[in-house]
Design a protein around this ligand. Structure first.
Ligand SMILES: Nc1ncnc2c1ncn2[C@@H]1O[C@H](COP(=O)(O)OP(=O)(O)O)[C@@H](O)[C@H]1O
Ligand SMILES: [Mg+2]
Length: 394
């Protein structure tokens, strides 16, 4: 299919898209490279040959689809009646709720306004059921495959829904674990108390299953650009220098208090012992009309925390490592990154563990958590708060 890669209303390039391989077989013309996905622009600027450019474009587009490591992907594909996530990519023009890129068939006059998922409702019931529930029902309604769920990243089972006009992302736990949604809510509470810009997660129940629910943090005028993409245009030195370079790039592009905002994320990670802050779990927001960098993206995806992988009913484990930029590091090392830790008003966290304990107890019927497990989770938080307090008070 000959098509135009669009960024909202701007034509980026004209190319031939092959549905069978979910890739591009030819690029006819580059029209507006500045409006291309950040990573594509940065490859293009390096002056690569046509074939490599086309390959990079295909890799980028394929990566918009549901990843091969999505929890229970085989079951999801069966329920969607397809054999690979790539099959979904051109069902809804490749549109997403995290950016504004889409493929416009070359001879069509379809407009962004008439198809984008921010303004136009989508059928969310069947995909949500296929993704989150145990129902083995196979989707037969073709409209259920025309949704922003075709372009979600990440390991956890998830689904976009619409409630009273707002787009929310529902995320389940990994396999039989149910702690991720609670960790998301805990992270929101900490961020709220400490004044960190964050995505607000709440607990929701979907067919007796605990999930987290958060509103979309992107609008029709913005896109989320991951740190991973931004890093692709930077020279690589070593981890700390690259972290510093990243902050410098953000500042040069006009993002105010970039360092403090990055540090806030790492302070949160220290407090909840988040192990999953890889380079696709943070980034920036850019205006798609002006290409102006607006801000650091609000803190999101904090579920892989509180020693989730190592729970043991007999013993308390406070182990595990976090991510400091692209390296795995101990939390003790990560917190050293914060230049002025005394700016944190730790008294704002008083009563946090009691609040979390109450929340976990409230859902015990559904999660089956023992009182011991709840006490241990709270113990970990208390222990991290105490460590932070010590660092603040030296
Ligand atoms: N609230 C949101 N609004 C817009 N995009 C989001 C939102 N939450 C997540 N995303 C996008 O979806 C991707 C997957 O979500 P994430 O929470 O990281 O899931 P996972 O825990 O499976 O990694 C993110 O990397 C981001 O691109
Ligand atoms: Mg993620």
């Amino acid at each position: 299919m000959k098509c135009i890669l669009m960024n909202k209303n701007t034509e980026v390039l004209v190319a031939e898209y092959d549905s069978a391989t979910s890739g591009f077989t030819h690029v006819y013309e580059v029209k507006n490279i500045d409006f291309a996905p950040y990573i594509i622009k940065s490859f293009y600027s390096k002056g690569i040959d046509n074939t490599t450019f086309r390959t990079n474009l295909s890799v980028w587009f394929k990566a918009r689809g549901i990843p091969s490591w999505r929890d229970k992907l085989d079951i999801l594909l069966h329920r969607l009646n397809i054999s690979a996530p790539g099959e979904l990519l051109d069902k809804a023009f490749g549109l997403s709720l995290s950016d504004q890129y889409w493929l416009k068939p070359y001879d069509s006059n379809v407009s962004y306004d008439s198809i984008n998922f921010f303004d136009n409702d989508f059928e969310d019931v069947e995909f949500t059921e296929a993704s989150l529930s145990n129902s083995s029902k196979i989707i037969t309604n073709e409209a259920s495959l025309k949704t922003p769920n075709n372009t979600t990243d990440g390991m956890l089972k998830k689904a976009w829904i619409i409630e009273n006009g707002t787009r929310y992302l529902l995320k389940a736990g990994y396999k039989n674990e149910t702690l991720q949604p609670f960790n998301e809510v805990l992270a929101s509470e900490i961020c709220k108390r400490l004044g960190f810009n964050h995505v607000e997660y709440k607990i929701d129940i979907y067919k007796d299953m605990v999930v987290s629910k958060c509103p979309c943090f992107i609008t029709k005028d913005t896109e989320f650009i991951t740190c991973n993409q931004i890093k692709s245009s930077m020279k690589r030195h070593n981890n700390i220098n690259d972290y510093e370079d990243y902050i410098r790039v953000l500042e040069e592009n006009g993002i105010a208090n970039a360092r403090e905002k990055m540090e806030n994320m790492y302070i949160l990670d220290f407090l909840i012992m988040n192990e999953d802050r890889h380079l696709n779990n943070f980034g920036i927001i850019r205006d798609v009309n002006t290409l102006k960098w607006l801000d650091v993206a609000p803190i999101f995806d904090n579920g892989q925390s509180l020693n989730i992988k190592y729970y043991d009913e007999d013993e308390v484990h406070i182990s595990g490592s976090g991510r400091l930029f692209y390296e795995v590091q101990s939390f003790g090392e990560i917190i050293k990154l914060v230049k002025n830790i005394k700016r944190i008003d730790i008294t704002k966290l008083e009563g946090l563990t009691e609040w979390f304990s109450e929340l976990l107890h409230e859902y015990q019927d559904l999660t089956g958590y023992s009182d011991t497990r709840i006490a241990r989770l709270c113990f970990i938080i208390d222990s991290q708060i105490s460590k932070l307090k010590k660092l603040i008070n030296v």
